[in-house]
Structure formats: structure tokens, C-alpha cells
Design a protein around this ligand. Sequence first.
Ligand code: SAM
Length: 240
Amino acid sequence: MTDELKNPGAMLKPTDVQGMFDRITPRYDLMNRLMTGGRDVAWRQEAARIAIGSGAERALDVATGTGDLALELRRQGVPDVTGLDFSGEMIASANAKRQTRGVSGVTFLQGDAMNMPFPDGSFDALTIAWGLRNLPDYQAGIREMSRVLRPEGRLVILEMTPLQNKTLRNAFNLYFHNVVPMLGGLVSGDREAYRYLPDSVGAFPPADELAGMMRATNLRNVRYKLIGGGTVALHIGIRD
Ligand SMILES: C[S@@+](CC[C@H](N)C(=O)[O-])C[C@H]1O[C@@H](n2cnc3c(N)ncnc32)[C@H](O)[C@@H]1O
């Protein structure tokens, strides 16, 4: 894993990001539900539905964390799903969840999103939820994801996005920069991790710019929709 940072938004080196996610794994799901009022579940369902489109045999969920989106892809009928994450704790948690639910057809692997252990064109569909923002180079990350997609395969990116309306953005930032780190400190014991979250969102490109980055790779029909009151963007692109 390289520790080089290419995009201005990356405020932590990859090894620090990895350590941070290892630390917050035990309370990660609970914090997601609390921060989003449980909406993250529906957003992943929508991301999976869009990624699958009219059908997918093999799907990859990059930066899978505790595996919720990989398991959702399987629940929606994809026979062969892989979830990849560089945090060993996250992968252990995803595997435990899979076993508890008795799910087959899903494999969780520890690995780096910037250099994935898959040949070109391996997958029909690829998802990444709240993962891209953490990569050291967004453009290179998108290029690597598009590499492992087969031609006509779908890439779906679910990610926080800076609110476009300034008044709403200021109001949301009060919650995001104050309540979220406080809640994160109380629930996960790691206030810093939940301070990194709003900081990294603030530095992440707006939805139009991200769409441009996707178009600059070999992706076409790139479009996006804003959800969660404009705080989350769901981007889709088709591999050329
Ligand atoms: C905010 S969590 C998102 C988890 C999950 N996708 C979800 O829907 O909740 C971000 C995840 O990205 C992973 N991650 C960050 N950088 C990574 C990289 N370079 N390679 C693989 N995983 C990475 C972290 O370990 C963490 O599990």
C-alpha cells in the first residue's frame, strides 16, 4: 500500500485511515444508523438495484466495511459477490455477519482498492459506498475500479456530497461538525474518526466534478442523483 496522497481531500495517509477504521469497527453499524436516522439501509438498497440493472452474475463491493452493501447485492440476486476492504477488523466483522445470517455466495477479502487482486474485466457490477472519499487519489481509484469491470459493466458510487445550497450547507455543517463528532465520541469512543468524516466530506469534489472524473476514465452515460436531502450522491457510469 502506498502512503502517497494525490488528492487535496485526503487528510490522512492510507495506513492511518486503515488504523482508524480498524478501531471504529465494533460500533460502525450503530453509528451509521444513528447518523442517518437509518436511511443508509435504503440508500444501499438503491445503489445495489441500480448496479445490478437488468442482471449481474459477478459483483464487487469495494471498501465494503462491515459488508452491508455486498450482502445487499447478494440479497437482490447476484449469485457471486466479493467484498473488498483493507481493514482486517472490518473484513472480520463482515465475515461474522455473513456467517450469522447463513449467507452463501459472498466472499470477503482484505485488499487495497488502489491495487486490487483481480484481472481486468472480472465483474459485471461494482459498487463503492462511502469509500471513495477515503482513497489517496480519487481519479486513480476510479480508474482501478473501471479496470476490473467488464465492458458494459456498471459502476455505482454512493458518497457524501457537499450540499449545493449555501444556507442548507451551513445548517448541515453545524450538525455534521459538532453533533456527529460528539456522538462518535460517545458511541464509538473515537471522536477524531468522526471529526475526520465531516472534514473529508468538505474536501470531496461536488457531484458534477466527480461525474467529470468518471467521464475522464473509460466510463460513459455518467449521471447522478442527489438523495438524503442533497447530502448524498449516487453516481452511475457504464464501462466502455
Ligand atoms: C465509511 S466506510 C464504508 C463501509 C461500507 N462501504 C458501508 O457502506 O458502510 C469506508 C471503508 O473504506 C475502507 N477503505 C478506505 N480506504 C481503502 C483502501 N485504500 N482500500 C480498501 N478499503 C479502503 C475502510 O477500511 C472502511 O471500511
